[in-house]
Design a protein around this ligand. Structure first.
Ligand code: ATP
Length: 234
């Protein structure tokens, strides 16, 4: 399959600061599973923000779904965003909505009827171990529970691209394995997945995933394992 994301000499700076991302050239294949790794501060969240369109690059060119974003008008952005599921590092759940309603939101926005929403939302909440917390509001949930609601909300609409920032940062190893399985199932159904993580357990378990390594704002290839598109994780 062709690329779903193309970065061409991409750079990003915040305000007048130094570039936090530099000379990014990479191509992510549609249907791929990518793990983005690198030390704290390397720029992983910033790279993900470019992918889910929360930031525009200050330099270079990004194409998404085969369309050059530098050419795309601002009005086109919401339509792009609807094709992307995002698990934010800080979850960003809607505090006054129940876990059920947070997860249901993308389906409601897509115009699905209540009868089509109930089953999938309950099933997904059960999968992430929250069947009995469906009516709880986010402020009453633990960090790990909120993270699982955020993941369920990001995957429920089967987006074309799923971008997840440290999605297993607040859960134990068993739950991390379960969440990885959920991402792999989604990937099997055709969603391209990009997960930023420090979790080496995830790296070991995500066989067939491809590794993107960021250091000090650049994609590096110290081991020679990274290619464009990057090599598979052994
Ligand atoms: N909104 C912002 N304004 C200014 N600088 C920022 C902003 N967001 C991030 N940075 C800077 O950009 C650099 C990369 O940060 P980023 O959050 O992308 O790294 P990261 O690899 O995701 O780190 P971590 O693993 O700790 O989450 C850091 O030096 C950070 O201070």
């Amino acid at each position: 399959m062709g690329p779903i994301v193309e970065f061409d000499s991409v750079g990003l700076r915040y305000g007048t600061g130094a570039e936090v991302l530099r000379d990014l050239d990479c191509r992510l294949s549609a249907g791929g599973f990518y793990l983005l790794m690198g030390p704290s501060g390397a720029g992983k969240t910033s790279l993900l923000k470019l992918l889910y369109l929360a930031q525009r690059p200050t330099r270079g060119r990004i194409s998404l779904f085969g369309e050059d974003l530098t050419e795309a008008p601002r009005e086109a952005m919401p339509a792009f965003r609807r094709r992307i599921g995002v698990v934010f590092q800080d979850f960003r759940l809607i505090p006054h909505l129940s876990a059920f309603d947070n997860v249901a939101l993308p389906l409601r926005v897509a115009g699905r009827r209540d009868a089509e929403i109930e089953g999938p939302v309950r099933e997904l909440l059960a999968w992430v171990g929250l069947a009995d917390r469906a009516s709880a509001r986010p402020p009453t949930l633990s960090g790990g529970e909120q993270q699982r609601v955020a993941i369920a909300r990001a995957v429920i609409g089967q987006p074309e691209l799923l971008v997840a920032d440290e999605p297993t940062g607040n859960v134990d190893a068993d739950m991390a394995a379960r969440l990885l399985h959920l991402f792999q199932e989604l990937n099997r159904l055709g969603t391209t997945i990009v997960v930023a993580t420090h979790d080496v357990g995830l790296l070991a378990a995500a066989r067939g995933a491809q590794l993107l390594r960021l250091e000090q704002g650049q994609l590096v290839d110290r081991t020679g394992a990274l290619r464009n598109p990057p090599a598979r994780v052994m």
